[in-house]
Design a protein around this ligand. Sequence first.
Ligand code: CA
Length: 395
Amino acid sequence: MRIAGIDTYILKAPLGAARFWSSQAGFDHRKALLVRVETDNGLTGWGEGGQYGPAEPVAATIHSVFAPLLLGEDPRRPEVLWERMYTHTRDFGRKGSVIEAISGIDVALWDILGQSLGAPVHALWGGAFRESVPVYATGLYYRGEHPADPGASIAAARQEARSLADHGFPAIKMKVGLLAPDQEVARVAAVRAEIGGEILLMVDANHAWPAHVAARFARRIEPYNIYWFEEPVVPEDIDGYVQVRNSSGIAIAGGECEYTRHGFRELLARGAVDIVQPDICASGGLSEARRIAALASAYNVQCFPHVWGSGVAIAAGLHFVSTLPPAPHTAAPLAPYNLPMLEWDANANPLRTDLLDPPLVPSAGKLAVPRGAGLGIRINETVLERYCQSRLTSA
Ligand code: CA
C-alpha cells in the first residue's frame, strides 16, 4: 500500500449574528484545515491540523515540505513517518505551523492504519477504557454588538449558562480576561448563581493577564468554587504559571498553545500546571499526544485535550481520551477528579454540527467513542464543498 495523494481543504463557515469574542479576538467565522490522504488501493484517511493562526501556511507546509517525503510511502507506519517529518523540519520547525502540518497528516495516517486492519484507532493502542467519554461545555464567550459592555456581557452570560445547564452538561467553562478583573469577578459570580452549586465551573483567560493580576483574580474567584483556571498567563511565562498556581486553591490548566512533548516537558518539569491540554490537531497529532499523555502521567498531572475544530478533531479526541486510564484508580472513577474529560466547544460551528455523517452529539454529558474502522467517521462531501475556500492537491 502506498500514499497516492494528499489533499488539503481550507474550510470557512461564516457565523453571521452568532459571532463571538474571546479575550484575544473576534470570531466571525469558523475554520478548519482538513487533510485527506489517499492510498493506491482506494483507502482515504482524514486528519485535521492548523487550529490557531491562518490555515494557509499549514497547507503550504503540507504540500511543499511533507508531500514530497510521503508520496509513494507505505502509510501504515504513522510513527515512522512522524519521525521522518519531525527530523526533516527540526532546524526550522518544532512549533507552530510545521507541527500543525505534521498533526493533520498524522491523524489521517492513523485513520488509514485502522481502516487497513478493520479496527478503530483506539484498538490499535491496546483498547479503550470506556465506550463513551465525559465532556465539558466550552461556551460563555463575549456576545453581541459590544462585547466589552459589562452589563450586557453579564446578562448574556447568565442566559447562556442557563441554556448549557438545561442541556445537561455537568461541567461548563467560561471565558474571562476581556473585561476588567472586577467586572470578570462579577460575571463569574453571576454565572455561578445562575447554574447553582452542583455544576462544575471553570474559567479560561486565554492568557489575558500578567501573573500578578491573574494571581489576585484566582484568589477572588475562589469563593465561587472554580475547578480550574485555564491559560492565566502567556504560554512563554512558565514562572508566571507557577506564581498563579501557588496563589490559590484553584487548579491551573494550560498547554493548548504548546507543541510536542518537548514543549510540555517544560510545563510539567517546572510544576506549572495541574492539567495539561494538548490539542491533538496542533501539538503533533495522535502519535505525539500519546507521548505527551505518557509524560504527564509520570508527573501525575491530568491530561484533558483541547479541542477546537471540526468533527474530525472531535473524533480524534474521542479515540485518544478513551485510551487514557482512570488516574488515580478508584472503584468508581468520576470525571474530572480521576477520569479524563474531553472539551466540547458549544459555540456555533457548522463544521462541528454538519460535516460528519452522522454527527457526533453529546448526550447526558457524554460522547460515544466511534466504533468503526480507523477514526470511524464519514465526511459529508456536500458540506465539505459548501464550506471549502481552497483545495490543494499533491499527487
Ligand atoms: Ca482555552
